[in-house]
Write a protein that binds this ligand. Structure first.
Ligand SMILES: C[S@@+](CC[C@H](N)C(=O)[O-])C[C@H]1O[C@@H](n2cnc3c(N)ncnc32)[C@H](O)[C@@H]1O
Length: 234
């Protein structure tokens, strides 16, 4: 169990994946609607704040949307009546099952697929996409794969794409948690908390002209060394 500051340590993906599978097995599947936050009330508030910002900053009208790491698919509630098509991919089978069980919108599809191995020809909604959404997923992806993901996003999006990314962001120094037991989550947790500067270096590769950043959930933040930021690129 370790908290590693500064070092570029890779995560072991099988451990990250089993964390998500275990959550479902523990009967926490309802929480998938709202992420993995500490309690349902604050999760609901975060969901509303995030959804509101997403709708204020991204034009979904008749757009084709790809969400990477969609979890239980909660974002479709906000956008299903605006976008022309939505595809949510996630590598955790049980999350995709849950999304399919809960949301039945004709223009929204969910698919099991890894963000580090996007099989472009197999996507259930064909590229190019106009909008890409990512929320609390990049912290589970190692640097090399994250660079590759930026290139794949470029390959499957239009030139005038809009991208909405929400990630917990470290204040001063990158922090990698390895087999770190979290009381809140009641399991070992593996994740990389990157700084804003690091994220912006990755997002530079996305061929967007502009990035706006929004500090999120500040009244609910219990961490001294990190907070959540939404990055809106276009
Ligand atoms: C913290 S949850 C967030 C879920 C959803 N985006 C939300 O905000 O409610 C992280 C999600 O990322 C998914 N995930 C993590 N690594 C992934 C990868 N390499 N490929 C696809 N999905 C991944 C997990 O299965 C999980 O559903």
């Amino acid at each position: 169990m370790a908290r590693l500051y500064g070092n570029k340590e890779d995560l072991e993906y099988d451990k990250v994946k089993s964390f998500f599978d275990n959550r479902y097995n523990k009967g926490l599947e309802d929480d998938l609607q709202i992420g993995i936050y500490e309690n349902k009330e604050s999760a609901k508030k975060r969901n509303q704040e995030q959804g509101k910002l997403m709708l204020e900053t991204i034009d979904f009208t008749d757009k084709k949307v790809l969400e990477i790491g969609c979890g239980g698919g909660r974002f479709v509630e906000f956008i299903h009546d605006k976008c022309s098509a939505y595809l949510g991919i996630d590598y955790t089978e049980s999350h995709i099952e849950s999304a399919n069980k809960n949301y039945h919108f004709d223009n929204c599809k969910f698919q099991v697929m890894s963000a580090v191995d996007i099989l472009i020809d197999e996507l259930l909604v064909k590229p190019p996409f106009d909008v890409v959404l990512i929320s609390q997923v990049l912290l589970f992806i190692n640097d090399d794969d994250l660079t590759e993901l930026m290139y794949v996003i470029n390959e499957i999006t239009n030139e005038d794409k809009q991208i909405f990314i929400t990630e917990t962001t470290a204040h001063d120094s990158r922090l990698t948690l390895k087999d770190f037991y979290s009381d809140n989550l009641e399991d070992d947790y593996n994740a990389i908390y990157r700084t804003k500067k690091e994220f912006l270096n990755f997002f530079n590769k996305l061929k967007c002209n502009k990035v706006d950043t929004y500090d999120m959930f500040m009244d609910m933040n219990t961490h001294e060394d990190s907070h959540v930021i939404s990055y809106v690129l276009r």
